[in-house]
Design a protein around this ligand. Sequence first.
Ligand SMILES: Cc1ncc(COP(=O)(O)O)c(C=O)c1O
Length: 361
Amino acid sequence: MKKIILLNPGPVCTSERVRNSLLKGDMCHRESEFSTILTNTRKKILQAFAPNGDYTTAIITGSGTASLEAGICSSLSDDKKILIINNGVYGERISRIASAYRFKKVELKYDWCERPDIKEIEDTISKDPDIEVVAMVHHETTTGLINPIHEVGAITKKHGRTFFLDSVSGLGGEEIDLANDNVDICICTANKCIQGLPGLSFLLLKQNEVKRMRNIQPRSLYLNVISQLDEQEQKGECPFTPSVHTFYSFEEALDELLEEGVQGRLDRYKKASSYLRKEFKRLNLELLLPEGHLSNTITALYLPQNMTYAHLHDSLKERGFVIYAGQGELNKKIFRIANMGELTMDDLESLIANLQEVLSE
Ligand SMILES: Cc1ncc(COP(=O)(O)O)c(C=O)c1O
């Protein structure tokens, strides 16, 4: 098959090593061989993202939304409220999950190109003792905006609330220090900055948070965090049939990440996005967000005048590159280019050369 360069924010291009790991063969998930893989994969997640202890992790067979839903439905006590900081499609997704469980929620909505107002967040929390969980997205994939996790974590800590972070498109690609940023529950997925294959996601949980969550009655059988965690920690098993082969590739991707180093991965992504942004400016493409809001891995750009997204997408796809559309109201205005995944500088230079040709046609 012709090589296609994925510039969508996951699933990303993976290495041959990760893809080849799928061929390790068939395996029964109730045998000790699988327990070893599960235990090692959990250890490697913690080694990469919580090397100083105090956190544990549960892996869920399902996409990022599965872990997101598991975290939300398992962390709110009856009659308490969840505060949702919403400035994009994924903040909105947290809100939709809370609604599906009929949770009491308070929502602070901001423009998709704006960072949330820290003072308003603190006022809202301090005035409402029923707010138990404060949920925010780390990297809003909608626009490529980085939210202020350190500031929000400091507020939740001060007021004794749970800080729930969707870092599905952040972890491995953006600055984060779970302990220092006071993140209690962090959600991530295998197939974005970790460069694994789609099908697995996970939660990083502060030990104290696990104790608190034990007092909450399960609201889901499959997506209950405590039962998933206990089975994985105590028995070295998953309660239901896991995606065994995806585990092979997840462990391999974590090995690659640990070899590169989390900081090394961030630096590579930073270098890639800086190069792309410099070239986009040279091609007179206008960025959606101001410099200070930008992530290391996604650039949202206004569509050039007189060019539809469909034309731009199809022309680049014919040349071997997959770009990504804007969502919601931004659908007709912008396109997105992500630089997550196994991409070389040659791939990016080739993208720019092809983009330049398409734009000048
Ligand atoms: C920030 C964020 N949260 C949640 C999700 C949902 O993940 P999935 O599509 O794997 O369910 C995504 C997917 O792009 C995301 O970017």
